[in-house]
Design a protein around this ligand. Structure first.
Ligand SMILES: Cc1cc2nc3c(=O)[nH]c(=O)nc-3n(C[C@H](O)[C@H](O)[C@H](O)COP(=O)(O)OP(=O)(O)OC[C@H]3O[C@@H](n4cnc5c(N)ncnc54)[C@H](O)[C@@H]3O)c2cc1C
Length: 492
């Protein structure tokens, strides 16, 4: 696609769709994002794209979104075609347009010595407009095959695989152990980052396309795992990677200490399906410590503030990343620099280089009261980074502790009867998404380990293509992934 707007980046400064004022947003569970945006403004942002000969943004995008095309189409006011280009590689662009850390913006050529194009804002604007205008409608297949496919898990990977396979004409049933479909898009990612109405609207679309959802059904518990192999022509396991890294710290079993994924779905009103927040999951008035300086930790900080926590301290063992790119970390590599999360913008204390030693129950009532730790410094030694204690016995009030130390792979879900091979990382061993059981495939975080929504969607699409080819001997479903490597940016 040729462009006639060179130098747009000289005329227009980068101006993404902003978040709401932290003071205004920190006490409510509504999305942090400004809801209103201006079409002319977004067009001027699209004009900043240089349509590079080799679009570096596309190599930064794990699903190879055709970014320069939709930037250009928005600039030309052709929003409907921009939406088509967006959907060509991504089934659920609002999942990413609102939540993606946007590695594409880091690799945008303008980021070399200027500010990158607001790719994420443009993506969000295109899909917002698509819903508003009624352009996003169910698209069921014209003909059906006689093949039955089961998908286990309804996160972004399972949903993308389901939609692709259904559009290829197969009969698709999605099994989900939670009460509602959506995976981490619904139960996990806080309401403040992504409204659950946006998940429901996509599920409605998928149901209307003919996909069957069986919720509240845990495969391996409520129905035997063998059913996947014996009663379906093919199955795709997309159960995510939600098993938390366990911390061997004294006192970890005290009351008041919760893993992030026990806490977030119960504490966010849009996720807890109308249940009262249990007292032990309510941070109201409490001194809260969040263990883990990553994005899941940031989501715990934001949710605890919204519940009315008296204070929130987020603790990280590693040093604070530098403000500027360190030596050897140049464009187009992803920057290893400090970035404030949305929840840190709203308040709380960030503590780095803190090595937790013990959760302490001061009054002996079985509930955590205090965190005891050492302050450390990190130095590059001969065998890598080494830590040295510089302050012993730090104490931090902790009436509630939220553990967000990362994820180690799929939970031990009862697929044992199928005898599926696993990797050393705890994910399913696959080749072209196929496990050692011929008609059983795996996709998303269960296949790659904890990653990003964009990767899960792309991997679900590619699994669908492999399954379709297995079922029919050939496939016309599009491949989405540019690369077999998971993104270098990941979550913990
Ligand atoms: C708190 C948090 C915040 C995050 N924020 C972001 C973000 O802002 N941006 C981003 O890009 N990524 C983010 N991520 C990562 C992202 O959510 C995941 O990479 C993505 O959801 C993985 O998709 P998935 O479909 O593979 O698995 P999941 O979304 O984990 O879905 C798996 C589904 O399988 C179901 N399941 C499991 N076992 C069974 C069974 N036996 N039978 C039936 N169903 C089963 C589960 O209930 C779940 O619904 C975040 C992760 C977390 C934990």
């Amino acid at each position: 696609m040729s462009k006639e707007h060179p130098g747009g980046y000289l005329k227009n400064k980068r101006e993404p769709i902003h978040k709401r004022d932290p003071e205004e947003r920190k006490d409510d569970f509504e999305e942090v994002w400004e809801q209103e945006w201006d079409e002319d403004h977004l067009k001027s942002q699209g004009e900043r794209c240089m349509s590079c000969g080799t679009p570096a943004c596309m190599s930064g995008c794990p699903i190879g979104n055709i970014i320069p095309d939709w930037n250009d189409l928005v600039y030309r006011d052709d929003w409907k075609r921009a939406l088509e280009r967006l959907h060509a590689t991504n089934n659920f662009p609002e999942f990413t347009g609102y939540n993606c850390p946007a590695p594409c913006e880091n690799t945008c050529t303008l980021n070399y010595n200027d500010d990158p194009v607001t790719i994420k804002s443009i993506e969000r604007a295109i899909v917002d407009k698509g819903w508003e205008e009624g352009w996003i409608q169910p698209d069921p297949p014209e003909e059906r095959t006689d093949k039955e496919v089961a998908i286990v898990g309804s996160g972004p990977a399972g949903l993308a695989a389901a939609q692709q396979l259904n559009r290829a004409g197969h009969h698709v049933t999605v099994y989900e152990r939670d009460q509602n479909p959506g995976g981490l898009m619904r139960y996990g990612i806080p309401d403040a980052k992504f409204s659950k109405k946006k998940v429901e609207r996509r599920i409605d679309q998928l149901r209307e396309e003919g996909i069957t959802f069986e919720c509240g059904v845990e495969v391996g518990e409520d129905i035997p795992a063998e059913k996947l192999d014996e009663e379906y022509d093919a199955a795709c396991i997309a159960v995510g990677s939600q098993k938390p890294i366990e911390l061997p710290i004294e006192g970890i079993d005290l009351d008041g200490i919760h893993y992030a994924m026990e806490y977030l779905p119960r504490a966010n009103p849009g996720q807890n399906d109308g249940w009262e927040v249990p007292e032990e999951m309510n941070a109201d008035g409490k001194s809260v410590v969040v263990l883990g300086g990553g994005d899941t930790g940031a989501d715990c900080v934001g949710t605890a503030h919204r519940q009315g926590a008296a204070q929130v301290v987020q603790i990280e063992l590693l040093p604070r990343p530098p403000e500027e790119r360190p030596e050897g970390n140049q464009w187009p590599d992803q920057p290893q620099t400090y970035e404030k999360s949305y929840s840190q913008e709203e308040g709380g204390v960030e503590e780095y280089c803190v090595d937790t030693q013990q959760f302490h129950d001061t009054d002996g009532d079985g509930t955590v009261d205090e965190l005891r730790a050492h302050r450390v410094e990190w130095e590059q030694g001969e065998d890598g980074w080494e830590k040295e204690v510089v302050e012993e016995d730090m104490r931090i009030d902790a009436e509630m502790v939220l553990v967000a130390a990362g994820f180690q792979g799929p939970e031990e879900t009862p697929f044992d009867p199928l005898d599926l091979e696993m990797t050393e990382h705890g994910t399913f061993e696959t080749e072209d998404h196929q496990t050692n059981v011929e008609n059983v495939f795996a996709a998303g975080d269960a296949n790659s380990g904890p990653s990003l929504i964009v990767w899960a969607i792309g991997d679900g699409r590619d699994a669908a293509r492999d399954i379709d080819e297995y079922l029919m001997g050939e496939t016309s479903l599009p491949a989405s992934l540019e690369t077999d490597n998971p993104p270098v940016v990941s979550r913990r």
